[in-house]
Write a protein that binds this ligand. Structure first.
Ligand code: AMP
Length: 281
């Protein structure tokens, strides 16, 4: 396995392989790899000739009061895990090379980024779309893999690729969970022991919603009220949003239909967690 830090070297590597007709699968990450990332890597490995994983904690997607500086990093462990899972290249660029002095071009996907995480994290998706566009230009993958855990992100990236006529195919894969149901996330390390227990309420609330729907409940306001009640019962929990939206355009829906998704963001103590579940009937 190679670690490539230089942007031009990464681009050359991909170009050479593509000319030979090799298929490149790409998994963009911010590192601190866990089983969620590894499921994307496994899928990339099984469907492509070459797997590139990027590890880049992208400053432009963090707000000024967010956790860019403290975001967990462990490159040594990531390197070990990536090698064990058959990754061919870790692309590990430096911030100063991705955003050199004078940098001033950003990608803004409209509408889809206005609500949900876009509303509570202004500028977040502009940073995400920009870095992913840059990574696609450098790595030139055939297929790129994203997690359904970040549902809005996957939809935004799909739209960007469509709107900007990018050639890469986007695959969104299911959320990988801890044994007890908590969605895997690099940020879970921030949780104290008791917060870790409280954090399970996100998964319970989603499952409770699913059970209500199975019993015939179709009204999203009632489902959301039940979920909010469950979550608010935890002292450490502060809801950012709980919404039932159309899984295609992320617009709020009043009555459940085929392609519905329940999305939520909740702060447990100081840690902001997100999760979602497809619930369409
Ligand atoms: P991150 O390093 O958190 O930016 O995530 C990199 C990629 O891994 C994104 O496409 C995420 O959606 C995906 N991912 C993160 N957590 C999970 C998970 N629990 N299950 C599946 N994919 C995930």
């Amino acid at each position: 396995m190679q670690v490539i830090k230089q942007l031009s070297k990464m681009a050359d590597f991909s170009l050479k392989l593509r000319r030979k007709g090799r298929k490149i699968g790409f998994v963009p990450t911010m590192g601190y790899l866990h089983k969620g990332h590894l499921s994307l890597i496994k899928q990339a490995k099984s469907k492509n000739d070459i797997v590139v994983v990027s590890i880049f904690v992208n400053p432009t997607q963090f707000g000024p009061k967010e956790d860019f500086k403290n975001y967990p990093r462990d490159f040594k462990k990531d390197k070990w895990l990536a090698a064990a899972f058959g990754v061919d290249v870790i692309f590990y660029p430096a911030v100063k090379n991705m955003y050199p002095a004078g940098y001033c071009t950003y990608v803004n996907v409209e509408e889809l980024t206005e609500g949900l995480c876009g509303a509570s994290r202004p500028g977040h998706f502009k940073g995400v779309a920009t870095v992913v566009a840059k990574l696609f230009n450098i790595v030139q993958p055939d297929v790129a893999y994203f997690g359904q855990k970040d549902a809005q992100q996957a939809i935004v990236i799909k739209q960007m690729v469509k709107d900007l006529n990018m050639k890469v195919k986007i695959e969104a894969l299911p959320t990988v969970r801890e044994k007890d149901g908590l969605a895997m996330s690099s940020r879970n390390v921030y949780l104290s022991k008791s917060e870790r227990k409280d954090a399970l309420v996100l998964y319970y609330a989603l499952n409770n919603a699913k059970a209500l729907i199975k019993r015939g409940e179709k009204n999203s306001a009632r489902i959301i009220t039940a979920m909010r009640k469950m979550i608010n019962a935890k002292k450490t929990a502060r809801i950012d949003y709980v919404s039932m939206v159309d899984a295609g355009n992320l617009k709020d829906i009043e009555t459940i239909k085929s392609k519905a998704i329940i999305v939520l963001a909740v702060k447990i103590g100081n840690t902001r967690l997100i999760d979602n579940m497809l619930v369409g009937v």
